[in-house]
Design a protein around this ligand. Structure first.
Ligand code: ADP
Ligand code: TRP
Length: 322
């Protein structure tokens, strides 16, 4: 079975955009791939500067994936930082990369363009990410469009390694990005839902808060009886990504008239609650049991590490350091 692997940075509590755009599709892949999903805590260290925040978000992310249906028996769920081999491979790969290639990195270039002085972690970020992927022989990596360049670099450096140290045999597997076709999930204001825009719907807000947020979604101001255009409305777009069958009926009613935006929001809220309510209960119980989360992460780490060590044995032999 082919391997699907992805990393999730523990930099915030997940929102509906993360769920619809990343979590739900990645979990679906576990039906056809062997799945390894890890918490990229050392990538988060390029920005997080508070130990309590880091610790808290690691648990938030772990509890979120488990509550959304990740089965820790069949999917390896682990913390990047528990697999120390990743730093060894990261160094080896960095010796094969030209600094110019890292200088062309989008995030690094963006940080410079904004007039900042990015830390060296931002510069080296794509190398650690390549090591995250190549250590486990991942075939596909589900990511957002913004990560495409990082995947190209991972492929590139794997190819270079294989060429120089393995007679062009695929000792390191060349990964493919798996980028979702679905449009980006809009936020409360109709722009891309993002934690930094302050327009996001937190995945596990209470039902009361969730309803309040849904009711605050921007809509047109047509009268109740007027026909309405679903395609230009955020509430319909959100509903379409969440539950297409409910959205289809919503579109028919909006076009017919006699159905207001308030009705549409109420239906969307009910669909959200049906999908998220049961998951919220599991989330809360897990989030309150950090000992259980630690145990699940430790078990995932032990299994992931065995694979990482097997790869490193081959890699060290290939480079002549064993
Ligand atoms: P944010 O944009 O809030 O900072 P991240 O960059 O941490 O979110 O994204 C984590 C994952 O969630 C990525 O795979 C990204 O593609 C996905 N994602 C984030 N926002 C959206 C959105 N509005 N629509 C679809 N997917 C999203
Ligand atoms: N860079 C990814 C992001 O910002 C997170 C990440 C780290 C990752 N290592 C990875 C994703 C390996 C896929 C594979 O979202």
């Amino acid at each position: 079975m082919k391997i699907s692997l992805t990393g999730i940075k523990p930099t915030a509590t997940p929102h509906l955009g993360n769920y619809l755009g990343a979590i739900r599709p990645a979990l679906k892949l576990s039906e056809s791939y062997e799945t390894l999903y890890f918490i990229a805590d050392y990538h988060a260290l390029t920005t997080v500067r508070d130990a309590g925040e880091m610790r808290g978000h690691i648990y938030d992310v772990a509890a979120t994936w488990l509550a959304c249906g990740l089965d820790p028996e069949s999917t390896l769920l682990y913390r990047q930082s528990d697999i120390i081999e990743v730093f060894e491979l990261s160094w080896i790969l960095s010796c094969l990369l030209a600094t110019g290639q890292l200088e062309r990195g989008h995030s690094y270039k963006d940080a410079l363009a904004k007039g900042g002085s990015p830390n060296a972690g931002v510069f080296n970020y794509p190398v650690l990410m390549a090591a995250d992927i190549l250590l486990y022989g991942a075939h596909v990596v589900p990511v957002g469009k913004d990560q495409k360049q990082h995947l190209e670099l991972a492929r590139d450096v794997a190819q270079r390694f294989n060429h120089i140290f393995a007679n062009d045999e695929e000792l390191l597997t060349l990964p493919e990005p798996l980028i979702g076709e679905a449009p980006l999930v809009p936020g409360l204001d109709g722009e891309k839902m993002s934690k930094s825009r302050g327009n996001s719907i937190p995945l596990f807000a209470t039902a009361k808060k969730l309803r309040k947020m849904v009711m605050s979604i921007k809509t047109g101001s047509e009268a109740l009886e007027e026909p309405k255009d679903p395609d230009s409305s955020t509430v319909y777009q959100l509903c379409k990504q969440l539950t297409p069958s409910i959205a289809d009926e919503m579109a028919t009613k909006l076009r017919a008239g006699g159905y207001g935006w308030g009705h549409a929001k109420q239906e969307f809220f009910e669909a959200l609650e049906a999908e998220l309510g049961p998951k919220r209960e599991v989330y809360e119980s897990l989030r309150g049991d950090t000992a259980k989360l630690d145990a699940i992460l430790a078990d995932g780490a032990a299994r992931a590490r065995a694979r990482a060590q097997a790869t490193m044995t081959e890699v060290r032999k290939a480079i002549g350091i064993s």
